[in-house]
Design a protein. Structure first.
Length: 75
């Protein structure tokens, strides 16, 4: 696959899978099953991303991380 992409001058590192899926999802010439599968993949990927307002970035979570790190150093 990499060789085939290199032969046509495409750098695999520059391919954004989400953009590919989005283009499939909106392309009315694609089979409906492919469009639905692309939408499901996009939704699944979105659900796996941490929310920006999640507790992971809160002051409490950051303090807990610092305390756990200090406890590890003490042992």
């Amino acid at each position: 696959m990499r060789r085939a992409l290199a032969e046509i001058g495409v750098d695999p590192a520059l391919i954004d899978p989400r953009r590919v899926l989005a283009s499939i999802a909106v392309n009315r010439s694609m089979p409906p099953t492919a469009r639905v599968a692309a939408c499901k993949a996009l939704l699944g990927q979105r659900d796996q991303e941490p929310a920006e307002d999640s507790a992971a970035g809160s002051d409490v979570a950051q303090r807990a991380i610092r305390l756990m790190a200090a406890a590890r150093k003490a042992h």
